[in-house]
Design a protein around this ligand. Structure first.
Ligand code: IMP
Ligand code: ZN
Length: 368
């Protein structure tokens, strides 16, 4: 059961039952959800019960106390004042998802959050999901085993769901869940290259690996070093999405460099200057919009001044997404409620406008 709180919950609570039904029935794609940021708290608590800190080379891993303190923070609701408050949540989560069995359990929990139909709901949260995750190598698994484990869960889960309606399957896929391999800005170039090689191989095996992402602390890493990596991914047939211009500290030069990688989609794209906006417009590059994430991370002050307003005016391709439902305590339905609710709780869009945005999300999928 997903816990919903904060601005998206308030927007959702302001809607009538028929408006909520309208959102729920809209076919839509969730294109920007991080696996380890989307695990239901109850699943992490379950994994914590059998957790014991691993020890390697005399070094003790994350202690039980640290894990419990991390879970306690997530249970109480996270306040993010600085970027470190957000990235500091992950060591405790990662400690709990560091074996193939645990990452498989966590993946099933995330898929249930997006596809399980609760009492009173007719439809799941989304029609189609692209779940992204950073392959980790641990004592018990390599990066390839990590990805194969996630893909084996997503493939069998996808097959257990009714197929996509023909009208939105676009003839090319009946798959309802795909996986994106994330490259973390804190990784070495060698590790990024390794992941892209694995991703291309898994894509070629038809396992539902659809693309690569650039994520992680936006203030880390050197964009000058990565162009060939994304070029290889593109030639290998993978879709490319990049977290870009996420904070004010990301320079216009860095943003232009990332755009030169020719991404298919952009995550956040909050602080694009005029030159960058022009390129994004010309290429019609879809922007993955994560409203709650931006509000809670304080990269947007309010909905009214949010950059979505600019792109809506241009009728630019957008996808409304959740980012990390665990710390942000949102859901895809609640993110759509932020579009639909009257101002100031939401953007006050009409049914037709909301429907068009949902269609855009489906059109922006990385298809096989
Ligand atoms: P994972 O890739 O499944 O391990 O999901 C968690 C990871 O996603 C985090 O460690 C971050 O690197 C990344 N992540 C989650 N949300 C954001 C975001 O808003 N910006 C950049 N990276 C993010
Ligand atoms: Zn993200």
């Amino acid at each position: 059961m997903t816990i919903i709180a904060g601005p998206a919950a308030r927007a959702l609570a302001s809607l009538s039952p028929s408006q909520v039904r309208f959102i729920r029935r809209l076919p839509k794609a969730e294109l920007h959800a991080h696996l380890n940021g989307s695990i239901p708290l109850a699943i992490l608590q379950e994994l914590a019960q059998s957790y014991s800190p691993p020890s390697a080379d005399g070094q003790i891993g994350v202690s039980n106390d640290t894990v419990q303190a991390g879970l306690e923070k997530l249970r109480n609701g996270v306040t993010i004042e600085a970027i470190g408050d957000f990235f500091g949540l992950f060591p405790a989560i990662y400690a709990l998802t560091s074996t193939p069995e645990a990452i498989a359990r966590a993946t099933r929990g995330v898929l249930d959050a997006f596809f399980q139909v609760d009492d009173g709901d007719e439809e799941p949260e989304c029609t189609y999901l692209e779940l992204r995750t950073t392959p980790r190598s641990t004592e018990t698994m390599s990066r390839e085993v990590y990805l194969r484990t996630v893909l084996s869960v997503t493939s069998s889960y996808s097959h257990s769901l009714p197929p996509l309606p023909e009208s939105i399957a676009h003839g090319s896929t009946r798959r309802r869940i795909s996986v994106i391999a994330s490259l973390d800005r804190r990784m070495s170039v060698e590790v990024m290259e390794e992941i892209v090689d694995i991703a291309i191989r898994l894509k070629d095996e038809g396992l539902g690996l659809a693309g690569v992402d650039l994520c992680g602390d936006p203030n880390k890493g050197n964009v000058e070093e990565w162009k060939h990596i994304f070029e290889k991914a593109r030639i290998g047939g993978l879709g490319i999405t990049l977290h870009i211009a996420e904070t004010l500290e990301n320079s216009p030069e860095e943003t232009l460099k990332l755009l030169s990688y020719k991404p298919d989609r952009l995550g956040h794209a909050t602080f694009l200057d005029e030159e960058a906006r022009k390129i994004v417009m010309e290429n019609q590059t879809c922007i993955e919009i994560c409203l709650t994430s931006n509000l809670l991370c304080k990269t947007a002050t309010d909905l009214d001044s949010h950059h979505i307003r600019h792109w809506l005016k241009q009728q630019h391709p957008l996808a409304i997404c959740t980012d990390d439902i665990l710390p942000f305590r949102n859901s895809l339905t609640a993110e759509y409620a932020l579009l639909f609710a009257k101002q100031p709780l939401g953007l006050g869009l009409t049914e037709d406008e909301v429907r068009t945005i949902a269609e855009m999300s489906l059109d922006s999928r990385f298809l096989d």
